[in-house]
Ligand binder design. Structure first.
Ligand SMILES: C[S@@+](CC[C@H](N)C(=O)[O-])C[C@H]1O[C@@H](n2cnc3c(N)ncnc32)[C@H](O)[C@@H]1O
Length: 410
């Protein structure tokens, strides 16, 4: 059996041949440069002799690299039927190593499909020979990732086959939240939920311009692998999720104050943990401890209805936040352009500009009456109050508060 694919038409040509335009509603941004897809396979640790589920294969760029990197079997799942002929062409050339499955990954039973294609389970303490990879729309990728994370503890689905690594492409800001270390700005519920059971790292940053068509945002490839032994002996993932949600929405409070939201007498849940810490500074281990105590606490609220079923709403909230961040970045870019133009005007023009268009004064510049010049009290000076840097005016806390609002709306 040959490891390398025979010569194939370029993906760009297949796209032209089959008239495959990118559908915006499916967030179709393709990777057509095989140097990049090859590199993704390398930084993900290689796929030699592995059985791989590829989610959202599209025109098949990454699929080709997976096959060329020696995968024993690639199961490519794609829901958009327009891509199936191009993928089938690849299947025909793959010497039986590629199987194309048309369908929505959200409806696919991973364990069944892996059994069907002959995947073999690996012992939990060994690196798994089964892997899952996908470059998916943000909401689909996060939905699937959370579903898979929930299957780790009971070792269901994918994890009947061992510690299956999940190699997923996400918007960079979301990837940063997944891998965020304790006390960092991005550290929150998502980081805790994932890091409690998995090792996660960003293995490759991809600027938006490498995709076709290019999205306005950058992406990162995240490698998430279940730990041999999770952090702490967690009693309930739902309670950990609940405790994190409640505490991280009060990031500015000390733990001693924030914990009160769990009920009267909840202070007992943080015994032995520094009450002057902020929720952001609590390690995963400490949060597991609090959640386990909450689990055994006779006074806890009944949170059954608040468990993971809220994911959909939470994800919509996350998506909204990222869109808002994007809008802020775009308006910042516009203001920077305006500022650059403004700086090219002579002083008189600058003053006129600022007088007439006060409401569009670029950030960092203002008019000040020239009080040093007694003879000409009406003279204005242009003053720089601050320099614009990336991220100025970009109050991340504002977004955290948005999340609070979204969660409390439930
Ligand atoms: C961003 S494109 C990436 C395509 C290809 N992997 C690449 O890197 O060029 C995402 C692909 O996932 C597919 N897709 C989106 N949601 C899906 C789902 N729920 N199940 C299966 N495929 C899905 C889209 O049709 C699209 O082809």
């Amino acid at each position: 059996m040959s490891i390398k694919l025979p010569n194939m038409p370029k993906i760009q040509d297949l796209i032209r041949l089959y008239g495959l335009s990118a559908k915006q509603q499916l967030s179709q941004n393709f990777l057509l440069d095989l140097n990049i897809t090859d590199k993704i396979c390398r930084v993900a640790g290689g796929f030699n002799d592995c059985t791989v589920i590829e989610v959202g294969a599209g025109p098949g760029g990454l699929t080709r690299s997976l096959l060329n990197s020696g995968a024993k079997k690639v199961i490519a799942v794609e829901m958009d039927r327009r891509f199936i002929p191009a993928l089938k062409m690849l299947e025909d050339a793959s010497d039986g190593r590629l199987s194309v499955v048309m369908g929505d990954m959200k409806d696919v039973n991973e364990a069944e499909i892996l059994k069907q294609f002959g995947a073999v389970p690996t012992d939990w303490d060994k690196p798994s020979k089964v892997k899952i990879i996908g470059n998916l729309p943000f909401n689909v990728g996060t939905h699937l990732m959370l579903k898979w994370i929930r299957q780790i503890k009971p070792r269901e689905g994918l994890f009947e086959f061992g510690r299956v690594p999940m190699i997923l492409m996400f918007q960079k800001e979301l990837a940063d939240r997944i891998i965020a270390p304790v006390s960092s700005h991005e550290y929150g519920r998502l980081a805790v939920m994932i890091q409690q059971e998995c090792d996660s790292k960003v293995v490759y940053d991809l600027p938006g311009k490498v995709f076709v068509p290019p999205p306005k945002v950058d992406a990162s490839v995240v490698y998430i692998e279940p730990k041999v032994k999770p952090i702490g002996d967690l009693k309930s993932k739902e309670y950990l999720e609940y405790v994190c949600r409640e505490l991280f929405t009060q990031k500015r409070k000390t733990l001693g104050n924030a914990i009160k939201c769990l009920g009267n007498g909840a202070e007992s849940l943080i015994e032995g943990i520094d009450p002057t810490k902020r929720p952001q500074n609590l390690t995963v281990e400490e949060l597991v401890k609090i959640s386990n105590r909450f689990n055994d606490w006779p006074h806890k609220k009944d949170i059954d209805m608040l468990s993971f079923r809220n994911d959909a709403r939470w994800l919509r909230g996350e998506e909204k936040k990222l869109k808002k961040e994007q809008r802020v970045m775009e308006s910042l870019e516009k203001r920077k352009e305006k500022l650059a133009k403004f700086k090219n005007l002579d002083k008189k023009q600058q003053i006129e500009y600022l007088k007439v268009l006060r409401e569009t004064i670029p950030s960092g510049l203002n008019l000040k009456k020239d009080t040093d010049d007694d003879n000409n009290a009406n003279e204005y000076q242009v003053v720089h109050t601050e320099d614009i840097e990336d991220g100025d005016d970009f109050d991340f806390d504002e977004f955290e508060e948005d999340e609070d609002t979204i969660i409390k709306d439930k």
